[in-house]
Design a protein. Structure first.
Ligand code: NAD
Length: 494
């Protein structure tokens, strides 16, 4: 059994390079608990509206100095942050598991993933450039410039509290923006843990302010302040829609990574052994609390019975428990309300004709666990499109099976959702895989791959799953503004 590491930072807002301990941050204090055991990890001071405004002011002040640093040198600070994160991988992973609940190996993978964004955008910083466009009139030219937009407000969820922050922080800072980052209420610690790492890597005070706090308090301040020019949120579609409305009067730029309802289509020629392995990994990853997790599994009616048998064997063999214990495949959900919500959806589906065909409640006999926070890995068959289990994001370790007869029917049903974040397709015939992948309305499609996300590629949703992209060369553009100078062309004559 691993342990939660001693904290190397203050559990309080980090503003202008100083910890605003509880008496100086205005808001109330809240205790962060390990969702696996219910144990208190730390009591964190939350920022009130005044503290958030002070953070915006500081970020605005720091902007001029930050942009005066050559882009390549700004990039070096981000790359040094990546190296420092990897050097402290174990401490970050243990803190992440203690705070969020995911198994240690998944947490260590998240540290690597977060570091990859600091590395990527550290490299991208020096590639931001404009261009000269020929003017249609003689003697003039256009200079097209890419400029940092200003202060960025960054808001992140609790499922990947380090990586979601890293994606935004690294891109914003690489672009030359300064930023105010509000981590999720349930997981502020791993965000605050980054502050000393960035400072040691050379980040000047004020360039990144970290303000733990309530969304309903911090969000409106970020949305209303004219100095904040970009708002970047990863969260639910409802929160994104609310933030969009709040930002409308100030015409702010928005980058929104929102909810999903990913289809997972198994073609008739797929290798069901491989599919079972990939599907279980995908669904047990962070116990299904992932925006891109598979939410609706479309299997050909002729293959459903075999898939159920294979899934039942895999589910029975999973180790569910405290993510700090060795060999755990799935940890708890973030809190008891999340677990009750998942349970309700399963019960509703069963009450209207679905069947539970596999379930793993092995954690119930493990002493010391906060059982109310856990949700059993479950396979549900005979799910229909109209059930909430299929029509809404589940956010739990539940595998709903929906059978189909023809591929065109499966694709049509897969697309019949307001969401368009991720999709998966498994099979052997490459031409057909490609055809199905192209027909799916999603920001990213994994073909015979359960985790296609990488720093090198843009990731963002279509339809109600979001606006904009993170990662790739596109990620930095969310924080840049294009402007043009129309100017006489210099010549040699006086
Ligand atoms: P959430 O929308 O409840 O919270 C996300 C963040 O928004 C939190 O920091 C929260 O405090 C903040 N927030 C809440 N109210 C706000 C307001 N009025 N103004 C500004 N900020 C506010 O989502 P969650 O429960 O933390 O995370 C789960 C959701 O996030 C799921 O829907 C999931 O699909 C989505 N998600 C999307 C992606 C993606 O990349 N598209 C990644 C992870 C999670």
């Amino acid at each position: 059994m691993k342990t939660s590491p001693p904290l190397w930072f203050e559990p309080a807002p980090w503003i202008d390079g100083v910890w605003r301990t509880a008496d100086r941050c205005g808001g109330e204090s809240v205790t962060v608990r390990n969702p696996a055991t219910g144990e208190a990890i730390a009591t964190v001071g939350r920022a009130d509206a005044e503290t958030v405004t002070a953070a915006i002011e500081g970020a605005d002040r720091a902007g001029r100095g930050w942009r005066a640093i050559p882009a390549a040198a700004r990039g070096e600070i981000l790359k040094a942050t990546a190296a420092a994160l990897l050097a402290r991988r174990d401490e970050f992973a243990r803190l992440l598991t203690a705070e969020q609940g995911k198994p240690y190996l998944q947490a260590a993978g998240e540290v690597d993933y977060a570091a990859s964004f600091f590395q990527w955008f550290g490299e991208e910083a020096r590639r931001v450039h404009g261009r000269i466009v020929p003017h249609p009139e003689a003697g003039r030219e256009f200079l097209v410039e890419q400029r940092a937009a200003g202060v960025a407000g960054l808001i992140t969820p609790w499922n990947f509290p380090l990586a979601q922050g890293a994606k935004k922080v690294a891109a914003a800072l690489a672009a030359g923006c300064t930023a105010v980052w509000k981590p999720a209420e349930a997981t502020p610690l791993v965000a605050l843990a980054l502050a000393p790492i960035l400072a040691e890597a050379g980040l000047p005070a004020g360039v990144l302010q970290i303000v733990p706090g309530k969304g309903s308090v911090v969000g409106p301040v970020l949305a209303a302040d004219p100095r904040v020019r970009v708002l970047s949120l990863t969260g639910s579609t409802a929160t994104g829609s609310g933030l969009m409305a709040a930002a409308a009067p100030g015409i702010k730029r928005l980058s929104l990574e929102l909810g999903g309802n990913a289809p997972f289509i198994i073609l008739p020629d797929a290798d069901l052994g491989f599919v079972t392995d990939q599907l279980v990994r995908l669904k047990m990853f962070v116990s299904g609390q992932v925006c891109v997790t598979a939410n609706r599994i479309f299997v050909h009616a002729d293959h459903e019975a075999e898939l159920i048998e294979r899934l039942a064997t895999r589910i029975a063999g999973l180790k569910v428990g405290n993510g700090l214990a060795d060999g755990v495949d799935a940890g708890p959900l973030i809190h008891a309300a999340a677990s009750r919500d998942v349970q309700r959806r399963v019960e509703e589906a069963v009450a209207t004709g679905a069947r539970i065909v596999a379930e793993n409640r092995s954690y119930e006999s493990i002493p010391g666990l906060a059982r109310e926070n856990f949700s059993p890995p479950t396979v549900v068959a005979d799910v229909r499109d109209s059930m909430r289990l299929a029509s809404e994001e589940i956010f739990g370790p539940v595998i709903p099976l929906l059978s189909y007869r023809t591929l065109s029917e499966a694709v049509e049903r897969a697309n019949a959702t307001p969401y368009g974040l991720a999709a998966y397709v498994y099979g052997k015939d490459l031409g057909r895989l490609r055809g199905v992948a192209s027909a799916l309305e999603a920001g990213i499609v994994g073909v015979n791959e359960w985790r296609p996300l990488k720093a090198e590629i843009p990731f963002g949703g279509v339809k109600q799953s979001g606006i904009g992209a993170e990662g790739g060369e596109e990620g930095i553009r969310e924080f840049l503004e294009t402007r043009v100078i129309s100017i006489p062309k210099p010549g040699v004559e006086a």
